[in-house]
Design a protein around this ligand. Structure first.
Ligand SMILES: Cc1cc2nc3c(=O)[nH]c(=O)nc-3n(C[C@H](O)[C@H](O)[C@H](O)COP(=O)(O)O)c2cc1C
Ligand SMILES: [Mn+2]
Length: 476
């Protein structure tokens, strides 16, 4: 059997070429065309991973990939999960895998790595020599969307990796947009409070497991390097950054190193950018610049693009598997009877959680709803609780439950003034101006009312046994 091992982005692309579907495009413009192709492909089930080479105005070899891990089969390849399993089976398999992890596997520093094939410093630095895309029509400029920002906590020395958007302005000027409560912002602010610029490295193109780690709520104090090492079951190799001394992945495609200036210093108006919720909703504010002092890159470098798109087959389709596994795990520690959990990708990251339960006692469904919304760290507007016969990842079945088992007058709880986000498209201009960054949420019980569930009309669905027997007999 062919090995499914990989050690960096290139080896993962080879794996996708062999086991899945990779499509090469040449002569595409970085200015909106790459973005539009990516967007169109997100409407196609089981769409290919997109590789852009010979981008308009750029020499061959300077490449960009998009739609990297947005289909269940490519998530399975990246995380070593079973292929062709149902979404819920994949979530279960990932939970098992994550629970088997004993702890972080710390990275190891090596003297040299492929990222050092090209080293550029001083006046020769030019980040626009890479075909960084403008993805969406209203984007404020060109964006590195699937990169990772490496920062070191000046107190404890732990190294944090976070996926934050990076806008490329000039040869050596970019900005890094970090939301307030992120680890990256906490670390950055510590330097700023001490009147210091912030040493930072931006990685564009890396092992997808490392990238996943940089997008997940890995606890404060645990380096995403250690988490990714555990996912890969081997330590991530790093080399010392030539400007910052920060550990950077030895097999990274491109690493930009430099300093984030102080808030009172040089700034650029950042954004807008098509964001997670599918809108240009965030504030357009001056952002202190990230001054790039050196660049390292592999020969024929590949930028990892991860623009947001609306579509059943976009990035969130894959992210749902991971998010669902993490929330389900935490929920299982608090309440019994959880049969399945799915974070709807269509509703956007964490906005809608659907949970199937076997109802065990009066109030059980409410307990599940309340616990789930407390656990979810994203902007969670909807929790839908369904019975065990409903597959939460099958939106048709969920709508059936909503249509037939949810009495709106009695089975929806609305809770107002919960925590919100500035990038929430529903945040009114008035609330935004007052700094009242809150949102409401609904806990929806689309399950049979507990106290008369045994009198609830039986479902017309045939038993699994009958269906299986007939399927076999008539080769359906
Ligand atoms: C494609 C993508 C883009 C993201 N862009 C940003 C961003 O621009 N700013 C931000 O603060 N978080 C962004 N995030 C979310 C963070 O990566 C995520 O919350 C992560 O857990 C943060 O890591 P940290 O807790 O170590 O800071 C993005 C996530 C994804 C998947
Ligand atoms: Mn972190």
């Amino acid at each position: 059997m062919a090995t499914l091992e990989f050690n960096d982005l290139r080896q993962y692309l080879e794996l996708v070429k062999r086991e899945d579907h990779l499509r090469l495009y040449e002569g595409v413009d970085w200015d909106l065309e790459m973005g539009a192709i990516t967007e169109l492909q997100c409407a196609v089930p089981n769409n290919p991973l997109l590789l852009f080479d010979a981008v308009k105005g750029y020499p061959p070899g300077y490449r960009v990939v998009s739609n990297v891990v947005n289909t269940p089969s490519r998530v399975a390849l990246a995380l070593g999960l079973p292929h062709n399993a149902s979404k819920i089976e994949m979530v279960k398999a990932l939970r098992k895998k994550l629970n088997a992890i004993k702890g972080p596997i710390e990275p190891v520093e090596v003297p040299r790595g492929p990222v050092m094939e090209n080293v550029i410093t001083g006046k020769d630095v030019d980040i626009l020599k890479f075909p960084i895309a403008k993805w969406h029509q209203l984007d404020g400029g060109r964006y590195i969307t699937g990169g990772m920002v490496i920062l070191k906590d000046p107190d404890s020395g732990f190294v944090n990796l976070g996926c934050y958007r990076v806008q490329a302005f000039d040869q050596n000027v970019a900005t890094i947009h970090i939301v307030d409560r992120r680890h990256g912002a906490l670390i950055r602010n510590k330097y700023w409070e001490r009147g210091m610029r912030v040493p930072a490295a931006v990685v564009c193109g890396q092992d997808p497991r490392l990238w996943y780690a940089s997008t997940l709520p890995v606890p404060w104090g645990t380096s995403e390097y250690g988490y990714a090492g555990a996912l890969a079951n081997r330590p991530i190799e790093t080399v010392k950054g030539i400007t910052t001394g920060l550990p950077v992945p030895a097999t990274a495609e491109i690493v930009l190193e430099g300093e984030i200036h102080l808030p009172g210093g040089e700034t650029r108006i950042e954004g807008p950018m098509g964001e997670w919720a599918g809108y240009f909703a965030g504030d357009r504010l001056p952002e202190p610049i990230f001054e790039v002092k050196s660049v390292m890159h592999r020969n024929d470098p590949i930028i990892f693009g991860a623009p947001v798109n609306i579509g059943a087959h976009d990035f969130y389709n894959g992210a749902s598997i991971i998010g669902s596994a993490m929330v389900w795990d935490k929920l299982d520690n608090q309440v019994p009877g959880i049969q399945g959990l799915w974070i709807s990708s269509e509703a956007r990251s964490g906005i809608m959680i659907i949970i199937s339960i076997r109802q065990l006692y009066p109030g059980h469904a409410k307990q599940v709803g309340i616990a789930a919304t407390g656990i979810n760290d994203r902007l969670n507007r909807w929790v839908i609780v369904v019975d065990e016969d409903i597959d939460p990842s099958n939106i048709g079945e969920v709508l059936w439950a909503l249509g037939t088992r949810c009495d709106p007058a009695t089975a929806i709880d609305v809770i107002d003034n919960c925590w919100g986000m500035r990038s929430d498209p529903l945040l009114s201009p008035e609330k935004r101006a007052r700094g009242e960054i809150t949102a409401s949420k609904a806990l929806v019980y689309a399950c049979k009312p507990f106290h008369w569930m045994h009198q609830f009309p039986p479902s017309l669905k045939s038993s699994a046994e009958l269906l299986e027997r007939v399927r076999k007999k008539f080769e359906l």
